[in-house]
Design a protein around this ligand. Structure first.
Ligand code: DC
Length: 234
């Protein structure tokens, strides 16, 4: 029998391998993958470009005024990879810089930014069949998601992954800086007043510090099958 589509929430700290597992699940199940962090990064990039976001300040008034003018979409390129667009411009590369990551962490503390992006994310999940990764997917965006995963790994392991990724891209990062960036973002993501990062009560937690990608995906698929089998019975 064909399973009814569900929504899957994948939350956790930064550089925890959320997107790898979320993309893997989407591929295996024929679901749509949505990277909610990319949306916060786009808002940050736009604000940085306009000068509304500087090292020391955020021009909330301007950002608020223009936030609805930012059309954020995802398109698949010729290699089958998903890329992020801002008003028809491919911004995939630019939103992956440390500057954009830090900016995203800062703009994501603003309630009006979260409110607008959550609204768009909920629309994207209306028809179900979505795997979305982020920080507040299981708690705020899809509190009714049938399957919620919460990934963790030690800061050192996450910084190492991020460092290797940057190296592979041809950057020349300093490990201590990458680590302190990870720790800084953890602190901000977990302590902000507006929907801080936390595990939903009904989320299944996995510490993947020492687990490979294949094994994680297998675990997630097992959880999916368990849940959908239960749903069929009820
Ligand atoms: O997952 P990421 O590193 O691309 O996310 C960038 C920033 O956006 C991160 O510091 C926290 C924020 N974010 C958020 O607050 N809520 C989400 N659902 C996703 C990301």
């Amino acid at each position: 029998m064909h399973n009814k589509k569900i929504n899957i929430a994948v939350d956790g700290f930064s550089s925890c391998g959320k997107s790898t597992i979320a993309k893997g699940l989407a591929r295996e199940l024929g679901y749509t993958y949505i990277d909610s962090g990319a949306m916060y990064r786009v808002v940050a990039l736009h604000a940085l470009r306009k000068g509304w976001l500087t090292e020391t300040q955020i021009n909330e008034e301007q950002l608020k005024k223009h936030i609805s003018e930012m059309a954020i979409t995802f398109r698949t390129n010729a290699r089958g990879e998903q890329e992020t667009y801002l008003n028809d411009e491919n911004v995939e590369r630019e939103i992956r810089t440390l500057e954009a990551a830090n900016g995203a962490s800062r703009v994501s503390t603003l309630p009006f930014v979260r409110h607008e992006l959550v609204r768009q994310q909920q629309l994207m999940g209306k028809e179900k069949g979505v795997v979305m990764d982020g920080r507040d997917i299981g708690t705020v965006v899809f509190p009714d998601a049938e399957l919620k995963l919460f990934l963790t790994a030690t800061p050192e392991v996450r910084a190492r992954r991020r460092y290797d990724e940057m190296k592979a891209k041809g950057d020349d990062p300093v490990f201590a800086e990458v680590l302190s960036n990870v720790e800084e973002r953890d602190l901000r993501d977990t302590t902000r007043a507006e929907s801080p990062l936390r595990k939903a009560e009904d989320a299944l937690e996995l510490d993947n510090s020492h687990i490979g990608i294949d094994e994680q995906l297998q675990w997630a698929l097992e959880m999916y099958h368990k849940i959908t089998a239960n749903n069929e019975q009820n």
